[in-house]
Unconditional design. Structure first.
Lengths: 308, 253
């Protein structure tokens, strides 16, 4: 795959001495939806800020569409649309003026038809003459997306796009993002909602303490890191795990009526056969079996918990 | 050159002016009329002439300068401070525009506003006292140069300030006193010799003197020196702004 953004050895140390990014390497592929996951203060917003030109990098380089973001910033910034995390809007302006302003700022010729289509797509057309201060939080978020898309960017950054947005609106936005992707726009989103990454992303990067901990396709990530659990429903409750089964990673649940076995799907032997054999030999009877796979959220929590 | 971006910023800022027309234009005009009443009418009636010009007429260029100086600084500093304060600056910083284009948009709008204001005050004054502009071209040149230079200074203050207090402090404690002491209301020849020398360190003297010369052909310092000082100040401001954008001072850190 051709990469549209290429970050290499990027570091950022703020004036106060806080190192927000530590030699980050990252490639974003053209046309993909990339989700950047990480806890608060992990460096997500700093990374986006540098790529978009809002912050100066301390070390390293970034190329967008093959152009350096410092040397060729006119070219790189023309390609990028940014929806920042904070709802920062010119409260006294109308929706129509502010979105057209953004298009002009990016040097694009006025195109009322494009702006109209955009506002209609984002369900903002009815509000086009409203002052932004009169809009709800969710509507303001849409205005910010409209501003970012007003100049037809090739790359769209969505920094926590659905923070504080109700469920219905969130689903709407996912739709908008999918339509955009189909039109060839590369989308990078940061989010706290694992559900969002799981729903939308092609690839996922996890950032923690200013370092990219992992980058992989969503399916691969879930397969690779996913542990599974086998739950054995017992006929008779157990007080404790029998000594004969101590070799297995077992837990008792539901007042001793369930035995939960955690195993790694990637391991050569999952140990299921031997476990079931040993249960049989120990005379423990069971009436049902079920397995479940860990969600992205569990994977994520495990990753960032790990001491680095 | 991204002229569309310059135009977008310029029109955005001018829109802000029309929206707040009362505080932008009306308030400074009212306060200038008050100066006329106090200095021109009440106190000025006791002073017959300065350098062969009646006192009311004499103070007109100084009054215009006083308003243009303070308003240029105020307009430009607010223009850039507000987006920094609310966070909307992110869009300008992430846009494909050079520092020169950003400055052209913001400073151009702030300067336009104070030039309009200066001309309105001039018109208002001509209704109150007899006025004659000997050199209209030089008058406009000084007006434009002053408006641009002090809008640049305002832009710098708007970037340096990290609170509303700081935003007010420079205009209140530096610009206004220097303009008052720079001969807005008197000729520096009226001062004792020692204070005349001290006054020559005040950059406002050169602006007001040159501007007054374009009206009445009377000046405290020569025209060339006036013009040279304004240009020097302009260049210093431009260099400072260039440094700000190069380093990202208060903008990208």
């Amino acid at each position: 795959m051709e990469s549209i953004i290429s970050v290499s050895h990027l570091s950022k140390t703020y004036a106060g001495g806080f190192q927000a990014l530590k030699a980050v390497d990252l490639d974003i592929e053209k046309g993909e939806i990339f989700a950047l996951l990480g806890p608060n203060g992990a460096g997500k917003t700093t990374l986006i800020g540098i790529i978009c030109g809002i912050l100066n990098p301390s070390e390293g380089s970034v190329h967008v569409g093959g152009h350096d973001i410092i040397e060729d910033f006119i070219k790189t910034r023309s390609m990028i649309g940014l929806v920042p995390q904070e709802l920062t809007t010119d409260t006294f302006e109308t929706v129509w003026t502010t979105v057209n302003f953004s298009r002009g700022l990016f040097g694009k010729k006025a195109d009322p038809k494009h702006i109209e289509d955009l506002l209609r797509k984002l369900s903002l057309w009815e509000k086009k003459d409203s002052r932004i201060m009169a809009l709800s939080g969710g509507m303001k978020r849409r205005v910010m997306i409209a501003k970012a898309l007003s100049h037809e960017p090739k790359v769209l950054f969505l920094d926590e796009p659905t923070a504080g947005v109700d469920v219905e609106l969130r689903k709407d936005m996912w739709e908008v993002v999918k339509v955009l992707r189909e039109s060839g726009v590369t989308i990078i989103l940061t989010t706290h909602y694992i559900e969002e990454a799981e729903e939308m992303a092609d690839r996922i990067g996890v950032i923690n303490n200013g370092e990219i901990v992992l980058v992989d396709t969503k399916t691969e990530l879930m397969r690779k890191l996913g542990t599974k659990q086998l739950t054995v429903e017992l006929h008779q409750a157990l007080d404790s795990i029998p000594a004969a089964l101590a070799a297995h990673d077992l837990e008792l649940a539901a007042d001793g009526t369930q035995l939960v076995y955690t195993y790694d799907t990637q391991a050569e032997r999952t140990g299921i056969t031997s476990l079931l054999n040993e249960l049989n030999q120990a005379g423990i009877k069971f009436r049902d079996l079920s397995t479940s796979q860990s969600s992205l959220e569990d994977i994520f929590v495990n990753l960032v918990k790990r001491p680095s | 050159m991204n002229l569309r971006a310059v135009r977008a910023i310029y029109l955005f800022e001018m829109n802000r002016t029309w929206r707040t027309i009362a505080q932008s234009i009306v308030a400074p005009v009212v306060s200038t009329v008050l100066y006329f009443v106090v200095f021109g009418g009440a106190i000025g009636s006791r002073i017959t002439e300065v350098d062969g010009v009646s006192y009311g007429t004499f103070i007109v260029p100084g009054l215009i300068m006083l308003s243009v100086l303070t308003q240029s600084v105020a307009n430009a500093s607010f223009g850039i401070y507000i987006p920094r304060f609310t966070g909307t600056i992110y869009e300008v910083l992430s846009a494909p525009i050079t520092f020169f284009e950003i400055v052209l948009g913001y400073v151009g709008a702030a300067a336009t506003k104070s030039i309009i204001l200066g001309l309105i005050i001039l018109g208002t004054a001509s209704l109150i006292v007899p006025l004659h502009v000997a050199h209209p071209f030089w008058m406009m040149l000084f007006l434009v140069l002053t408006a641009v230079t002090f809008s640049l200074l305002g832009f710098i203050i708007g970037i340096w300030a990290d609170s509303f207090e700081k935003l007010q402090v420079v205009p209140l404690l530096v610009i206004t006193p220097l303009a008052f002491l720079g001969g807005s209301f008197y000729s520096i020849n009226m001062l004792p010799p020692f204070w005349q020398t001290v006054t020559l360190f005040n950059p406002m003297v050169y602006l007001i003197s040159g501007f007054r010369w374009s009206f009445y052909e009377i000046a405290d310092v020569s025209l060339e020196v006036s013009l040279g000082m304004v240009t020097l100040f302009l260049v210093v401001c431009l260099l400072m702004i260039r440094w700000i954008f190069k380093t990202g001072y208060r903008l990208k850190d």
